[in-house]
Ligand binder design. Structure first.
Ligand code: CAA
Length: 258
């Protein structure tokens, strides 16, 4: 899309790829950049040819955080009235699976953006962290909330209160990252995973994502109830009939996504 100045978008088969592209600022997430990410996410979400979305940066940086130069002179009145960072929430409304392919720095808002994705693949030299405390502030795009849910209280406290970075290996051990890969394989593998997901029944994938995300909001009993009702509703789809018949007939299913 020629209208974007801070990102590059290109589709790989059924996978929509968003590459953060402000190399001189290590992909610092300025408001302009984030509006472009939101726009691209919504376009891919609305595109029936796309079944999964990958977000990546460069070898050196996924993203080094919100743009500090843009923030430094802002007053409380300005950030409050504009609900600064409020627009970062858009990614949480995206129905299609999102995968972060992380190399290099994923700091502050960069770590938070990765954590907003459904799955994180990391290169072996990726470096995560929430260094906001060193700037005299705290994470502002879900860092304190998503990190504690992903890695537990003691580790989340240590990371956010000290501002120390953590490695891809730590992130994988703690369950924040689903897989570590050689740096030059991260994007290919993320796209491959996106392609595998995109080749399955899209309404079933959407329901699975919705149900897993409900686990963050609901009690276990309510969550299992929500899941069971969604499961039952999938019996209204041709894809359920097709998937189960294909198994019984020992053939590959042909999904029609309805
Ligand atoms: N905002 C704006 N510019 C940034 C930036 C950021 N978050 N991170 C890096 N840059 C810029 C640098 O200012 C520098 O620009 P100039 O060449 O014009 O000086 C350029 O990118 C290259 O960076 P460095 O020279 O610093 O590169 P380095 O290799 O020496 O260090 C780094 C890399 C450790 C990532 C270092 O750049 C750094 O510490 N960046 C800031 C990390 C940070 O604090 N992120 C949190 C931001 S606050 C936030 O994200 C709030 C929130 O919750 C949403």
């Amino acid at each position: 899309n020629p209208h974007y100045h801070n990102i590059i978008t290109e589709s790989h088969g059924k996978v929509g790829l968003i590459t953060l592209n402000r190399p001189k600022a290590l992909n610092a997430l300025s408001s302009d950049l984030f509006h472009e990410v939101n726009d691209a996410l919504v376009k891919y979400d609305d595109d029936s040819n796309i079944g999964a979305i990958v977000i990546t940066g460069s070898e050196r940086a996924f993203a080094a955080g919100a743009d500090i130069k843009e923030m430094s002179d802002q007053t409380f009145a300005q950030v409050y009235k504009s609900d600064f960072l409020g627009h970062w929430g858009k990614i949480n409304d995206i129905k299609k699976p999102t995968i972060a392919a992380v190399n290099g720095f994923a700091l502050g808002g960069g770590c938070e953006l990765a954590m907003c994705c459904d799955i994180i693949y990391a290169g072996e030299k990726a470096l995560f962290g929430q260094p906001e405390i060193k700037l005299g502030v705290i994470p502002g795009a879900g860092g304190t909330q998503r990190l504690v849910r992903a890695i537990g209280k003691s580790k989340a406290m240590e990371i956010v209160l000290s501002g120390r970075n953590f490695s891809a290996q730590e992130a994988e051990r703690w369950g924040l990252v689903s897989k570590i890969l050689p740096s030059d394989k991260v994007l290919d593998e993320a796209i491959k995973l996106g392609q595998d997901i995109a080749n399955l029944s899209q309404p079933a994938i959407q329901a699975a994502k919705e149900s897993i995300n409900a686990a963050f909001e609901l009690s276990l009993k309510e969550g299992c109830h929500f899941e069971r009702r969604l499961f039952q509703s999938l019996f209204s789809l041709n894809d359920q009939k097709e998937g189960m018949s294909a198994f019984v007939e020992k053939r590959e299913p042909k999904w029609t996504n309805d």
